[in-house]
Design a protein around this ligand. Sequence first.
Ligand code: SF4
Length: 387
Amino acid sequence: MKYIDEFRDRELAKSIAAAIRQEAQAGRSYNIMEFCGGHTHAIFRYGVKDLMPDNVQFVHGPGCPVCVLPVRRLDDAVEIAERHGVILCTYGDMMRVPGTKQRSLIRAKADGADIRMIYSTMDALKIARNNPNREVVFFAIGFETTTPPTAVAIKKARAEGLTNFSVFCNHVLTPAAITHILSSPELAQSEAVRIDGFLGPSHVSSVIGSAPYEPAAAIFRKPVVIAGFEPLDVMQSALMVIRQINSGRHEVENEYTRVVTREGNSKAQAIVAEVLEVRETFEWRGLGSVPDSALKIREVFAGFDAEKRFDISAKQSREVKSCECPAILRGVKKPSDCKLFGTVCTPDNPMGACMVSSEGACAAYWTYARHQTLAEASKKRGSEAAA
Ligand code: SF4
């Protein structure tokens, strides 16, 4: 299949792996953060990790939109869904993410809340048109890739005079997250989690372009290579990061040229800018409050803002105790560091978003490296007990 098969070619993979082994200098380590969960899954699914020399390590980043949504916002969505007369529309991955006291949208649905899984924002609009006497709320999550459809839905709802439609907006922005990670004292002080470069977001960059990562690359002197999601994309991008590190460069390079440009999609950017604006701050699971890292609905579209339409009370939200999702999302731990992995927490009984989401790091380890991860976790527990 065009654009797929040639990026999974075994012989090419071998030659890129050989080039990486040649470029990676002995006595030096290369910690490369793959920002997106899609990269993490490609690394595990295609065995990319096993093709790397020991001194090239991948550090999993926060690029899973379901995973980074803090528990409080999920609790808010459950609270909205449980109100009389409301239909809450959401993408499938959100349904099973556990909130406070493991209350999820799917549990609320089982208890009678009208929660509907949709595939596009147009589905939510259709539900609003077909149910004029009900309040239809779209639970919007995701990075810059999914913001244009949300903006289009709000514009369309206004054009059609749909007064029973609103959006609970939780869209987040990737450049701010990269800047935040690089400014973190935890990372600055820890040699164990040092990041030398990034595989930058691919689909996100098709919308915003590669230029927004240039300030972070220059300020923190870290190479960023925009990387596609196929295995050869990931390997070629890792090679480009390694070459930059070796030559002392810290630029934004674009490996994913078949989709991404420096400027991005100006039409999509214009629609988003018309409907949504940057929030001063937003809480991310794992990263805490990150300035300028999310979007909210502009005042001119306030009638479609679920946060204004519903009184969402402040509440005491809590992560599941012992779930290491927050630390995994900021790259300081791996799923094998979590005591619950594969014991209490499995895809059938998830304790955290990283196990639920199709882009989550724990889901990748479970799907492609379960036995090895369980063996590593058990070895760690054994040495902790012995110490
Ligand atoms: S294995 Fe489960 S409990 Fe542990 S970090 Fe992952 S999602 Fe959280």
